[in-house]
Design a protein around this ligand. Sequence first.
Ligand SMILES: NC(=O)c1ccc[n+]([C@@H]2O[C@H](COP(=O)([O-])OP(=O)(O)OC[C@H]3O[C@@H](n4cnc5c(N)ncnc54)[C@H](O)[C@@H]3O)[C@@H](O)[C@H]2O)c1
Length: 330
Amino acid sequence: MQVVITGGCGFIGRRLALKLLEQGVLANPSGGMDEIKSLVLFDVGEPTPVIPSDPRLKIVTGDICSEADISALISPETSIVYHFAAVVSSGAEADFDLGMNVNFDGTRTVLEVCRKLETPPRLIFASSVAAYGGDMPDVIQDSTIQRPQTSYGVQKAMCELLVNDYTRKGFIDGRTLRLPTIVVRPGKPNKAASTWASSIIREPLQGQEAICPVSGNQAMWCLSPRRVVDAFVRAASLSGDEIGANRAIGISGTTYTVREMLDALVSVAGTQMLDRIRWEPDSGIQAIVSGWPTHFNPVRGMSLGFSYDKSMVEIIESFIEDELDGTFVS
Ligand SMILES: NC(=O)c1ccc[n+]([C@@H]2O[C@H](COP(=O)([O-])OP(=O)(O)OC[C@H]3O[C@@H](n4cnc5c(N)ncnc54)[C@H](O)[C@@H]3O)[C@@H](O)[C@H]2O)c1
């Protein structure tokens, strides 16, 4: 079986690739388990840190908006496509055309190339809770109407609908996971409006200063990298009948305020961590993040077997174990 991950050199793509190489098998669209003979990561850049070389792994550089690149990437041998390539939230807000090109037109290109294959591949798309916004209930239910208030959220919501329609037409066997904010993200801050949620844990643990641009009361719907990778593996194994006509699934997470995140950090690593947080309010970031929903009741996601972290302490400890070789700067 061949598995393709677009945006495969990014944070989640790279983590998923490592997991797939480790487990060596994945559910195929017919319901059985297949050996992964080829794993192709498609991206504009290389993975950082690099992925150890593996005969099954191929890294292809290209542009998600180029039909030629995507036609060369996805072939009749491709059974599963994870579509992750994207411009993240603040990036899509700052540059409308770039967001539309990559997030919307790029997704359409992927869908159209898949549509041309004789056997519809299983396509798994990464959406976001940013697909909600505006006038929302206190707790988002599976049935809550999406009224995103950012360009990124609108692009994700449009693509969720496209995945549903391409599936209804039989062009693909699609499914979308609507992700919480994934923390703790390794590396450096990025252009996501939520980047501080990882920074305020990651930087202090490495003896560095982190900037927190939002208030201590700001809440966020979170999931760890370990759990999101498990969710994408799980997504490949679900049959279309199990998911139903609405292929977009809000997966589980947990709500933490900034204060609760920092309390957990203190309990794992000590009060000196708080000295490494610089509070620098940013009204632009606060406005984007405040527009995102913070509390969910993902009944469908739970019933389909998507699970969540038991505590913020568990999330922080898994970050130290997975990304910091089990140690931190005290
Ligand atoms: N990380 C999160 O908290 C989070 C939350 C909700 C949704 N998501 C979604 O999950 C997916 C993966 O997120 P991530 O955190 O790994 O993001 P990321 O930015 O680390 O990875 C995205 C990858 O897409 C690539 N890319 C961008 N433009 C491209 C183009 N024109 N052609 C080819 N590749 C291109 C980037 O180089 C990057 O490696 C994205 O679709 C994102 O919108 C992530």
